[in-house]
Each structure stands twice: as C-alpha cells, then as structure tokens.
Write a new protein. Structure first.
Lengths: 116, 110
C-alpha cells in the first residue's frame, strides 16, 4: 500500500485562487520531504525541499511566495499554489525518503492541477 | 552538462528482447543510485536500488561504475507490461535531494 499519500489527486481551479496540496508519510517520519513538478513528457523537476519545523529550501527559479510550503509535523507537508494562473497547470508530486528502507524515495500519487 | 543524463529513447522492442539503458551523472560525491519506473500519468515507483557490486532482481540487472560515473539497467525477456518510462535517479548523502534523469521511454510490442 501507499506509504506516502498525496491529496487531492486532481483539482481544477479558477485563475487567481489558491490551491493547497497535502503530502503525508503514512508509516514513517519524514523530516524532509520534496516537492516536484512534472510537465508532459518531461522528467521531474525539483521545486523545493520541505524541512520540518523550518523554512523550505527552494530551487533556483522557483518563486517562494508563489509556492508556499509548510512542514508543520513529521508526517505532513503542504504546498500552496497562490494566485494560480494557467501556466501553473501541471502535475505536482511529493516524496519522502525513508532511512529505514535504504533511503528509498516514496512518492505521493501526484496532483494534477488545472487552472482555468 | 546535466546532473543526470539519460538517452530519452524511445526504445521500441519486441516481446522477449533484451534492452539496456544507460545513465551518467556529474556529481562524483553522489552516494545513492536508483532506477524508478513511471507509467503514464502516475507517480514514479522504485524499480531497484543500484549497488557498486551490481545487483539483479529477476529479469532486471543494474550496474554502477563509480569511476566512470555511469549506471545501467538491463531488462531481459521483455514483457508488454515493461512498457513505461525508466528514470535514472541519483542522490547525495542522508536526506539529500534526488536528481532525476529525463527518463527513457520503453515500448514493448507483441
């Protein structure tokens, strides 16, 4: 079964609204989670590293005020896409690495965001 | 130079064929290596970790050459269900971020 759960799996929103995506590690504690974005037929692009109890680390070119990350507990990280625009439409995936399982990264099911 | 580079393919092979994917990485300090598989519109799933000594899991064999910074995946006796995108993934220490190659598309046909 899933060890990382992501919700919602699909969301359609209007331009200008904000969308929150949740990522939960179900059977292990994740002090660090990762948020990726994937465009059609492209690989995963790391957006940011979410650190429990501290600020997220954003990759170059990713706007931190646009993509708000909160990692309030050892099992939950959230990504909020603020004032969404059509160009934010994409597949967003979170992951967490489990040190008890050879640091394997487990992925959430992904969230397909469509901004209209 | 990309941090992790793969031949994007696509590879189109008949059932039963043997196919090999290659991957190179630029950071010599990388410490963990994986092959992930991603089906269309789904999240990536771990296929196998890659160890320095090489490792095998059924029809799949992975090899790592640290000196050349090169990783490979060999699939023997391809099945239709092997059709997917295969992602070469390289990680740093501890909880360090993972870097993904652009993926290699494999299509196995009857």
């Amino acid at each position: 079964g899933a060890v990382v759960s992501q919700h919602p799996s699909r969301v359609i929103c209007k331009s200008g609204t904000s969308v929150k995506i949740e990522c939960r590690s179900l059977d292990f504690q994740a002090t660090t989670m990762f948020w990726y974005r994937q465009f059609p037929k492209k690989s995963l692009m790391l957006m940011a590293t979410s650190n429990e109890g501290s600020k997220a680390t954003y990759e170059q070119g990713v706007e931190k005020d646009k993509f708000l990350i909160n990692h309030a507990s050892l099992t939950l990280s959230t990504l909020t896409v603020t004032s969404a625009h059509p160009e934010d439409s994409s597949f967003y995936i979170c992951s967490a690495r489990d040190r008890d399982r050879e640091l394997r990264a487990f992925f959430g099911q992904g969230t397909r965001l469509t901004v209209v | 130079r990309k941090e992790v580079e793969q031949d994007p393919g696509p590879f189109n092979v008949p059932e039963g064929a043997t196919v090999a994917f290659n991957c190179t990485y630029s950071n010599s300090a990388s410490q963990s290596f994986f092959w992930y598989r991603q089906d269309c519109r789904k999240e990536p799933k771990l296929l196998m970790s890659v160890y320095s000594s090489g490792n095998e899991d059924g029809r799949f064999t992975a090899q790592l050459n640290r000196a050349s910074q090169y990783i490979s995946l060999l699939i023997r006796d391809s099945k239709l269900s092997d059709s997917a995108t295969y992602l070469c993934v390289v990680g740093g220490t501890s909880y360090g971020k993972l870097t993904f190659g652009q993926g290699t598309i494999l299509t196995v046909h009857p």
